[in-house]
Design a protein around this ligand. Structure first.
Ligand code: NDP
Ligand code: GDR
Length: 363
């Protein structure tokens, strides 16, 4: 039985990866942060009572900013594979807390690699580093591949650049099996509520259930290559099963504007959206509606721009070339954008249906 340690297990990818590895017969250990409220909603369905024997799913309190704690946990767990998914992962927020972002996302990766080295586990423990398409930043070429130069555009991207290179360096200096997965945006019903896709699917579902009137967004013209997190965690695992440690781009190869994502989500609830105006004055208006929600009647303004959501420096265009992963790992995504939107909208519509029902009961 293989043993894996996942940092960031309470996040979107951590939850899907834990489920995936448990189904493969792994013993899964996860690092979770102390918080004043429960933060394990995404993994509660796979939680195992610590009082039972032979647990296969074990959580440890920890933090990537605390080296001694990482050393202690890795010593105790002796993992065959470490998936370093823990991070301050919000690009916009990284402009507000740049130092914390660097500490967690850059130095956190170093602490983990160094713990493996100090514990003499370099021959045993393989390490996956959650690198990102945010490394590409300012467009140098498209589609972006493993050979495309990096030009990060946020404190998050710059911190992840360090994480990328320190992983390469430990692989070369200490002969470690350490890989970077350069993953493009991946989403799911478990996506955090402040990332743009989930923010949109939630708001549209709220409007369909008469719970919200307007969705406030920033830059509608950025283009993203969106996949499903379920497909992407499989790629993480495949990388650590490959004969050689190397870095891979994981992407669908299809890019879409934010505004198109918005239109598609509204279509799912019977709305045809029309855009009027430009810049910060642009609005999205319901031009046709085939449904009953008072919030979505024809002529309603359902999207507005809030400049607060613009970033000081933006990443305009991401489109990934995953040829290397397809060729060497046999990886290809099962979901396309429409299937992803279908799943996210179905989940949020159900969530809001329940919310609306509870609101009725409270009256
Ligand atoms: P999430 O934001 O959903 O999850 C991040 C996880 O990291 C959470 O479990 C969070 O804990 C944990 N975390 C945050 N700070 C610390 C810390 N200081 N110490 C330990 N753990 C911490 O991210 P995703 O699941 O979407 O992404 C996983 C990884 O992949 C991240 O590193 C992200 O940067 C990277 N990535 C994501 C992509 C995407 O499109 N999703 C694309 C490319 C890379 P808590 O729940 O307590 O907040
Ligand atoms: P991103 O994802 O920055 O690509 O990082 P996010 O969904 O936050 O933004 C995507 C694009 O949408 C634009 N946008 C908005 N974004 C948010 N969050 N909120 C808004 O209201 C809004 N309006 C427009 C943004 O400007 C941007 O262009 C994600 C994270 O998961 C990272 O951790 C990961 O590394 C990258 O994907 C790949």
């Amino acid at each position: 039985m293989k043993t894996a340690l996942i940092t960031g297990i309470t996040g979107q990818d951590g939850a899907y990866l834990a489920e995936f590895l448990l189904a493969k017969g792994y013993k899964v250990h996860g690092l979770k942060r102390r918080s004043s409220l429960f933060n394990t909603q995404r993994i509660d369905h796979i939680y195992e009572d610590p009082h039972i024997e032979n647990q296969n799913f074990i959580l440890h309190y920890g933090d990537l900013t605390d080296a001694t704690n990482l050393i202690r946990i890795i010593q105790q767990v002796q993992p065959d594979e470490i998936y370093n998914l823990g991070a301050m992962s919000h690009v916009r927020v990284s402009f507000d807390i740049p130092e914390y972002t660097a500490n967690t996302d850059a130095l956190g990766s170093l602490r983990l690699l160094e713990a493996v080295r100090l514990l003499n586990l370099t021959h045993k423990t393989k390490v996956y580093q959650a690198s990102t398409s945010e490394l590409y930043g300012l467009v140098q070429e498209v589609p972006q591949s493993e050979k495309t130069p990096f030009y990060p555009r946020s404190p998050y991207g710059v911190a992840k650049l360090y994480g990328y290179w320190i992983t390469v360096n430990y692989r070369e200096a200490y002969n470690m099996f350490a890989c970077n997965g350069i993953l493009f945006n991946h989403e799911s019903p478990l996506r955090g509520e402040t990332f743009v896709t989930r923010k949109i699917t939630r708001a549209v579902s709220q409007m369909a259930h008469n719970l919200e009137s307007c969705l406030y967004l920033g830059n509608l013209d950025a283009q993203r290559d969106w996949g499903h997190a379920k497909d992407y965690v499989e790629a993480m695992w495949l990388m650590l099963q490959h004969d050689e440690p190397t870095d891979f781009v994981i992407a669908t190869g299809v890019t879409t504007r934010i505004r198109t994502f918005v239109e598609k989500c509204f279509q799912k609830v019977g709305v045809t959206l029309t855009w009027k105006g430009s810049g910060v004055d642009e609005i999205g208006i319901v031009s046709q509606y085939n449904g009953t929600s008072p919030k979505l009647q024809e002529g309603s303004v359902v999207v507005r721009i809030d400049p607060e959501y613009f970033r000081p420096t933006e990443v305009d265009l991401l489109i990934g070339d995953a040829t290397k992963a397809r060729t060497l790992l046999g990886w290809k995504p099962k979901y396309d954008l429409d299937a992803l939107i279908d799943e996210m909208m179905a989940a949020d519509l159900e969530l809001m249906r329940k919310q609306a029902q509870m609101n009725q009961l409270d009256k």
